[in-house]
Design a protein around this ligand. Sequence first.
Ligand code: NAD
Length: 498
Amino acid sequence: MHHWNGEQHEGRGAPFTLTNPATAATTGTYRLATADDVDEAVAAAKAAYPAFKALTPGERADLLLGLADELEARSEEIAALESQQTGKTIRLATEFDVPGSIDNARFFAGAARQLTGLSAGTYWEQSTSMIRREPLGVIGSIAPWNYPLQMAAWKILPAVAAGNTIVLKTSEMTPGTSLILAEAATAAGFPPGVINVIAGDGQDAGEALVTHPDVVMTSFTGSTPVGRRIMELAARKGARVHLELGGKAPLVVFADADIEAAARGAVAGSLINSGQDCTAATRAIVAAEHFDAFTDRVAELMAGVRLGDPSDPATDMGSLISLTHRDRVAAMVERAREAGATIRTGGQIPTRDHLGGDLPGDPESTAYYAPTLITGIDTDAEVWREEIFGPVLVAVPFDTDDEAIALANDTRYGLAASAWTRSTNRALRAAADIEAGCVWINEHIPIVSDMPHGGYKASGFGKDMSQYSFDEYTQIKHVFIDQHEDPHHAWQDTIFTT
Ligand code: NAD
């Protein structure tokens, strides 16, 4: 269940049982990776680095194109496994996760050949200066369970496109598709040791990877508290970090918005991946005059979302990742209810025939939670401030545009946001004034390989995807070539008087 140095390996750690959270069925058992396994994987990455770094960008691009083809050939198998290990719908895995990751590989094949820097030239008398953009070495990456394949792709592809080698630790709950990615890389001709994937828990394998002396950078996607722990550990050895952390995205519906479009955007944007999406719409901030119409329509659309067997293409929303996580989401909604919030729809573990759906197992032992809309809260409420990471949208009204922007920014997070308006000026103001790494106008969610993804504020720093990700995975070297014909160099007169 681990892949390093071009081969499958058994872990040395405790046995871990994989469970399909949508059916409660056991789907396999494997042994977690330990610190010794991390050592072996890092040693393989270190050994592979000098030769891989020496490849031309064109050669690396060919490998990435081959990897994209290998993934495409295994698309169905990958989508089915992703759905089985996470509880997400086969439709989402097939239409979003898998093609997005394949497109990432093709994007980075092209991007590998487009590294940029200042032009070579004469910046000092009688000399030529030039820039080399070079890889860093062995990257350690740590990924969450919500989009296992896409997160692995976002971490691995820019790193290797730039000439680094990498050890990725997946979440212990969802190792399957990241391992297929590593196998596909080997099948595509990536040299052994360039792309290594291990599955293990955070405190053992994760911390062993971050603190490993041969790992020059940690690229992490996950929660803000764990990101801060990783920053602390990396600081002890003075190593770089790139942190993609939590979010609490606002969705601002201005007075002139298309309310139907905004309501549809809010429902799709809050329920994607059962709400377990760092950019999911979580806080709807709605012009007071439209508040009732908007929330009525959102509640109606949410109530029509079909929960059911994730492997059925007709199912709209699958389960959450685990019973533990479902219970955490349910407890947060319960605390809001007890504090006086109005639960407009949902707010419960669905019953077997909830929404007319056909849940694949006993609702108590499977990890479903009903799409939920909450109103009537204060902005100091837990559900307004904390990441819920479930299918829960909270809505509040506003009176003025200034108030709307202030509410949007009333969060320590800053990953993504959307603004809904027909006014160019309002759109441009929202784009400028909302503190987030992405602001969508009249949409919420689309991500593309060509554009950067990353946070402001407590949502982290550094970018995934796009050319900007190379700022994380490369270092810049200035090469200075003196062209004087004689030994007298003017600046040396600061030392020599003769
Ligand atoms: P998490 O922080 O609990 O775990 C993420 C990864 O870190 C897992 O692989 C885990 O094993 C590992 N980990 C945990 N403790 C560790 C430690 N002490 N040292 C090293 N590694 C450790 O997050 P999660 O519950 O898996 O995922 C949900 C979180 O991820 C949410 O907060 C979500 O917003 C965030 N997320 C962010 C983005 C983004 O792009 N910004 C994308 C997806 C998810």
